[in-house]
Design a protein around this ligand. Structure first.
Ligand code: HEC
Length: 160
């Protein structure tokens, strides 16, 4: 009987521990991805809330697509030639082909545009996971807003 109790206790404890470890890494991933979102100035075009329509590039909503993680990574790495979505990987189209093309395959109007800040592959992975896990298919809520700005930030007042 005593043995059984101890055993149950150990199981509960280890479940709790692994949950909190999982939560901690999820949280770290979230923070890192969010930092890259800011660093790459994704919000310059997709807005801080990811619904698009921000500033100069008028990017589309990142909450409503059904792209796979790999498709998102590839769009961030290679951009979308002929649209306002820039590529974020320095080697794209020069050293590494994108969509099986290099710069020479484009004329002026469709040439891929480079982002102002380049990102390395680790950053591209992180921001893509952020788009997939935090934005895609999700409604804008207060906890996202306070994660982006600060807890208690006025911008988030009207959100639930
Ligand atoms: C200069 C403006 C600009 C910036 C900066 C920008 N985007 Fe975009 N993005 C766009 C535009 C415009 C589109 C729509 C392209 C199209 O018409 O297919 C787009 C499309 C996308 C798509 C595809 C969405 C879909 O539904 O097909 C993803 C994913 C994406 N952007 C992610 C990002 C991420 C992540 C960053 C930051 C690392 C970023 N973008 C920065 C302008 C921008």
């Amino acid at each position: 009987m005593l043995f059984k109790k101890k055993f149950t206790f150990i199981i509960i404890l280890s479940t709790l521990l692994s949950y909190s470890a999982l939560f901690a890494t999820m949280n770290d991933n979230y923070k890192y991805g969010l930092n890259v979102y800011k660093k790459g100035n994704c919000m310059g075009c997709h807005s801080w809330h990811g619904k698009g329509g921000g500033g100069y590039g008028a990017g589309v909503s990142l909450r409503t697509n059904e792209l796979t993680l790999n498709e998102i990574k590839n769009i961030v790495k290679c951009g979308r030639p002929g649209t306002g979505m820039p590529y974020f990987f320095k080697k794209s189209y020069v050293i590494e082909k994108c969509y099986d093309t290099t710069f020479n395959d484009y004329d002026k109007s469709y040439r891929p545009i480079s982002s102002k800040k380049f990102l390395n592959m680790r950053q591209i992975d992180a921001v893509s996971i952020f788009v997939k896990e935090v934005l895609q298919g999700k409604k804008l809520d207060k906890s996202y807003c306070e994660g982006f700005f600060n807890k208690g930030s006025k911008v988030c007042n009207s959100l639930n």
